[in-house]
Design a protein around this ligand. Structure first.
Ligand code: ZN
Length: 168
């Protein structure tokens, strides 16, 4: 052990904690790899910031058996993708789409406190305050939605959203 842990600003405790989690995930993203025989592979880019990522999903029995990503971009985009893969792995497809909706709302709508059901993803709850960052944070989630909605078309299990491009 060496050195002293850096001081965390007093009075800004929650924000600092959230920032630490985001920095940690950006530096060592979880599930950062490819899945060779993935059921779905989706590439997305955020030209505003230069973020790009490829999402791999392995679907089995209506659920997300495995999920991983590769890519390059700013801390928010990498951390959001890392947190997303952790949150979504093991969910049913409809649960994953439900989580997409809640997180997308959280990222794009002003709110005092993150909804309890988003769990760890609450660290991203302040992003709506930074319009330039919203696209970074939602990028992985847009990829998730298009991956799952592709498969939903095959299953006819979900209604068409009337937004075939998956673009805003
Ligand atoms: Zn970015």
């Amino acid at each position: 052990m060496s050195g002293v842990a850096p001081a965390v600003a007093v009075g800004d405790g929650i924000t600092s904690l959230y920032q630490e989690v985001i920095i940690d995930h950006a530096r060592s993203p979880r599930n950062f790899r490819d899945i060779e025989d993935a059921s779905r592979r989706v590439e997305v880019v955020n030209p505003l910031c230069g973020d790009q990522l490829t999402l791999y999903i392995q679907l089995a029995d209506g659920g997300v058996a495995d999920i991983a990503f590769e890519g390059d971009g700013c801390s928010i985009s990498q951390a959001s993708a890392s947190l997303m893969t952790m949150a979504v792995k093991g969910l049913r497809q409809e649960e994953a789409l439900g989580l997409f909706s809640r997180v997308h709302t959280m990222l794009t709508t002003e709110g005092d406190a993150p909804p309890a059901e988003v769990g760890k993803l609450a660290v991203l709850s302040g992003v709506w305050q930074y319009p330039m960052r919203v696209k970074c944070a939602t990028l992985a989630w847009q990829a998730l939605r298009s991956a799952l909605e592709d498969s939903a078309l095959e299953d006819s299990a979900l209604e068409d959203t009337g937004n075939p491009n998956g673009m805003e």
